[in-house]
Design a protein around this ligand. Structure first.
Ligand SMILES: NC(=O)c1ccc[n+]([C@@H]2O[C@H](COP(=O)([O-])OP(=O)(O)OC[C@H]3O[C@@H](n4cnc5c(N)ncnc54)[C@H](O)[C@@H]3O)[C@@H](O)[C@H]2O)c1
Length: 260
């Protein structure tokens, strides 16, 4: 039997990057996957790909910052599939700016998408999970939620808030058999980082990331599969860092042999 054969898994940001690959890998492990994205075409494309590969999936167009839409979404999932076992919030944005250069509107936008949506997901998934005996919530946070880098004020604030929500939920609902963890990637090769390629990307990785390879969406999706599985039953309230050692190192600035 595959790992998630009898599970219903919902993933936001399912139309692109880490969300899309997570949908595909959970489906390959037998899950019924609810592909959630604000973009109806990309959500449908992910679900169609899963169906074509023999898996089970359905696409949902949801703006995860809209409270009514989120409440309706979870009710729809339960009406359609009878339960929700795993909810993985992946969708997010990653703007730049300091306390001075970030407009209040831009600040509210990143907090709404990267933090409020995590609250709404927990608020409306948990009652259904409790009725069904438990569940797993995963939130894609990022190392910036632990420690910010320069010029990322709004993003760091939103992700730190998302991590705090993760820990609070883990504590409040552990006795309901609900686990809640954050996945904290470093730099991942996804469409979010389009435009930051070639030499500039290599220089960034050489400077900050000890592991000598690019972290891929699969590294994050594999982590999600483990955390959602029963093998991780004792892990809750944690920030699981998947960053090739970046967050562990100070002042790495690796120099290639033979280069000045
Ligand atoms: N790529 C990285 O290096 C990296 C590192 C750390 C953390 N993260 C975080 O990972 C998450 C996903 O990153 P990615 O690289 O896979 O991004 P991506 O840009 O490839 O995909 C994001 C998806 O979210 C969807 N989306 C945007 N707004 C939405 C909304 N309001 N409602 C529903 N869906 C919406 C988009 O349509 C898109 O399909 C983000 O939260 C990001 O902050 C990314």
């Amino acid at each position: 039997m595959k790992r998630f054969e009898d599970k219903v898994v919902a993933i936001t940001g399912g139309g692109s990057g880490m969300g899309k690959l997570s949908c595909e890998l959970f489906a390959a492990e037998g899950a019924t996957v609810c592909v959630v994205d604000i973009n109806p075409e990309t959500a449908a494309a992910t679900a169609d790909g899963i169906l074509a590969a023999g898996g089970r999936a359905k696409a949902w167009t949801v703006d995860i910052t809209n409270e009514q839409a989120m409440e309706r979404f979870f009710q729809d999932v339960v009406d359609t599939f009878g339960q929700i076992d795993v909810f993985f919030t992946v969708a997010g944005i990653s703007p730049t700016g300091t306390a001075v250069t970030t407009s209040y509107e831009a600040f509210r936008k990143v907090v709404s998408l990267d933090m409020d949506s995590v609250f709404l997901g927990c608020k409306y998934a948990i009652p259904h999970m409790e009725k069904h005996g438990g569940g797993v919530i995963l939130n894609l946070v990022g190392t910036y939620g632990i420690r910010p880098t320069p010029n990322k004020l709004g993003y760091a604030a939103a992700k730190a808030g998302a991590l705090a929500i993760t820990r609070s939920v883990a504590i409040d609902f552990a006795r309901s058999n609900i686990r809640c963890n954050a996945i904290c990637p470093g730099f991942v090769n996804t469409p979010l980082n389009t435009g930051f390629e070639g030499e500039a990307r290599q220089r960034f990785l050489d400077t900050y990331q000890p592991a000598p390879f690019e972290i891929q969406a699969k590294d994050i999706a594999d982590t999600a599969l483990f955390l959602a599985s029963d093998e991780a039953r004792a892990i809750t309230g944690q920030a699981i860092v998947v960053d090739g050692g970046t967050e562990a190192s100070l002042y790495l600035n690796y120099k290639r042999p033979g280069k000045s």
